[in-house]
Design a protein around this ligand. Structure first.
Ligand code: NAD
Length: 247
């Protein structure tokens, strides 16, 4: 129970990696605040997670993020952990001249601007608790994919933002780290493959371990980074990808 009585905000917390992490944090004693857009999905998520609350949040909207922080403080009085995890894939498009500009903005806002905004709002509370932040980037924030330049760039921005924030707040006792998942079996990955099982299987053959990871395998790492076990880690960019970054 290393997270006993810690209060953790998780964006994109009602599915995939976010939900697995919410369950793991709760198992370790944390009080979890799940932030997501879909009320129904959020309420479903709460069924298995004691003491958790759901706050309807579109991370593209600053006002929603302000409400998320305000409701967390109102309910639990403090913030110890922020897991910036909500994300979307952009339209897979090789040709920059036909790439929709609106898609660029939506991807950057969802994946990166939201991390900047929530960090900004939560930091005064994290300074009080000597808390920590974990961000979800991607293996695609470390290496390029020519079909997905916007997603890759949004995730690379998270990597650098993690390092700058880690440097800034190291002496204040606030740690900031980042996970870089490879292919993980979640709705987001299945959407990217157009729900085509055969394509997905073929794609996974290129992974050094030959398979997708599970959300729980990522949650194990997020939990470790958020726990006191990682007390000397800040600014770390840690892959959890079955070796994808090696190729
Ligand atoms: P997922 O689809 O289960 O989770 C993404 C969550 O983000 C969803 O709950 C979605 O509703 C939420 N979200 C998207 N836009 C939002 C918005 N504007 N406001 C609030 N919530 C929003 O997929 P996942 O794979 O668990 O994704 C979690 C994170 O992991 C994402 O940042 C994703 O980019 C990253 N990631 C996933 C993989 C993978 O293969 N699955 C690989 C690398 C990185």
């Amino acid at each position: 129970m290393l997270l006993k009585n810690k209060v953790a905000i998780i964006t994109g917390g009602s599915s995939g990696i976010g939900l697995a992490t919410a369950k793991r944090f709760a198992k370790e004693g944390a009080k979890v605040v799940i932030a997501g857009r879909d009320q129904k999905k959020g309420e479903n998520a709460l069924k298995d997670i004691p003491e958790a609350i759901f706050v309807a949040t579109d991370v593209q909207k600053e006002a929603d993020l302000q409400k998320l922080v305000a409701e967390t403080i109102k309910k639990f009085g403090q913030i110890d952990i922020v897991f910036n995890n909500a994300g979307r894939i952009s339209t897979l498009e090789e040709d920059i001249t036909t790439m929709p500009v609106a898609d660029f903005h939506e991807t950057m806002e969802t994946n990166f601007t939201s991390v900047f905004l929530l960090t900004r709002l939560a930091i005064p509370y994290l300074l009080k608790t000597k808390g920590c932040i974990v961000n979800t980037a991607s293996v695609l924030g470390l290496k390029p994919d020519m079909y997905d330049p916007i997603y890759c760039s949004s995730k690379a921005a998270i990597v650098m933002f993690t390092k700058t924030m880690a440097l800034k707040y190291a002496r204040d006792g606030v740690r900031v780290n980042c996970v870089c998942p490879g292919p993980i079996d979640t709705p987001l990955l299945r959407d990217a493959y157009g729900h085509d099982e055969r394509d997905l299987k073929e794609g996974m053959k290129r992974n050094p371990m030959g398979r997708m990871g599970t959300s729980e395998e990522v949650a194990n790492l997020v939990y470790f980074l958020a726990s006191p076990e990682a007390s000397y880690m800040t600014g770390s960019i840690v892959s959890v990808d079955g070796g994808t970054a090696l190729k």
